[in-house]
Design a binder for this molecule. Structure first.
Ligand code: ATR
Length: 281
């Protein structure tokens, strides 16, 4: 590792932060490109977020990533926000200018769609409607990604229908509709892209309840959960021959824009990086 007194500083703010794979991910690129820089975990509880963020320009940080539970709070703490952050309603990447101004953006939508293109380049999201399970923070990024990629229709289903309705009105796109969360398996006919954005199926969370019987065998199935990497949803989809995309690549691709802006190098996502980040499991 090359680290001098002139090193460029970046990091990730969250609470808790010990589980974050971002330091390992950015650490790989820093090492690979022999950058004089560091990317560190910053454990900041909710009530200290403003103080901590205000200190970062003073400490010489070039920028930082934001994770749970601070993505919403950063909307109010950045000097300027890009259009995608505004549409998603959350910030995950901040660049600090030389004068201390903080530019907030959200690269999760980019991460989601780049991962799809990377892992299943033959899949065309414009070819048919998509069904998205979940309406939380990650769902907002996935919805914006699919809409921007030209999906003809996007159905959203969620345990709390009210939250799904809020996502629909906040994003405000005529292609969005909300469907009943209890029987979404009955709606899979005609769906070209199916995405789970909930935490269901993750280690320690309840399983996702589903039946893929009505799904077209050519439909793409994607899960943003990556612990385990092969969720039950992906396992069943693979077993019936559907193309699948796992969740780790969304994390890898969302990181590219931050690294490029802080450290001045456009990094690539490849198998070695994927294996390196996954080897931490
Ligand atoms: P994230 O930022 O990771 O998306 P989140 O905003 O807390 O996290 O959203 C979690 C998603 O998982 C939501 O869609 C949530 O459904 P609700 O909006 O109804 O809470 C969904 N989810 C979490 N636990 C669930 C459970 N036990 N059953 C059904 N859905 C669940």
């Amino acid at each position: 590792m090359r680290l001098t007194g002139a090193a460029t500083l970046a990091g990730v703010i969250g609470w808790p932060i010990a589980h974050s794979r971002s330091p390992r991910l950015h650490g790989y690129w820093l090492e690979h490109h022999a950058v004089d820089g560091a990317y560190v975990p910053l454990a900041v509880p909710g009530d200290a977020i403003e103080q901590a963020v205000r200190a970062l320009p003073l400490l010489g940080f070039r920028g930082f990533n934001v994770t749970v539970p601070h993505k919403l709070a950063l909307m109010g703490l950045c000097t300027v926000l890009d259009d995608t952050a505004r549409r998603i309603g959350a910030v995950n990447t901040v660049v600090i200018d030389a004068d201390g101004r903080m530019r907030g953006s959200n690269t999760d939508a980019f991460g989601f769609i780049e991962n799809l293109r990377d892992r299943q380049p033959g899949h065309d999201v414009t070819a048919g409607p998509a069904l998205m399970i979940g309406a939380g923070g990650a769902a907002r990024a996935v919805a914006v990604a699919l809409l921007d990629a030209g999906v003809p229709a996007l159905q959203v289903t969620n345990r709390s229908q009210e939250r799904a309705e809020k996502l629909r009105t906040d994003i405000g796109d005529r292609r969005l509709s909300v469907v009943d969360g209890n029987n979404w398996s009955d709606r899979l006919g005609g769906v070209a892209t199916l995405v789970n954005t909930t935490s269901l199926g993750m280690h320690g969370a309840p399983p996702l309840d589903f039946d893929l019987g009505l799904l077209d065998p050519a439909a793409l199935v994607s899960d943003i959960v990556y612990t385990p990497l092969e969720t039950d949803l992906l396992k069943q989809a693979t077993a019936r021959g559907n193309p699948t995309v796992d969740g780790i690549g969304m994390l890898l691709h969302q990181a590219r824009a931050g690294f490029r802006q802080w450290f001045g190098i456009d990094p690539t996502v490849d198998t070695a990086l994927r294996d390196h980040v996954l080897s931490d499991q």
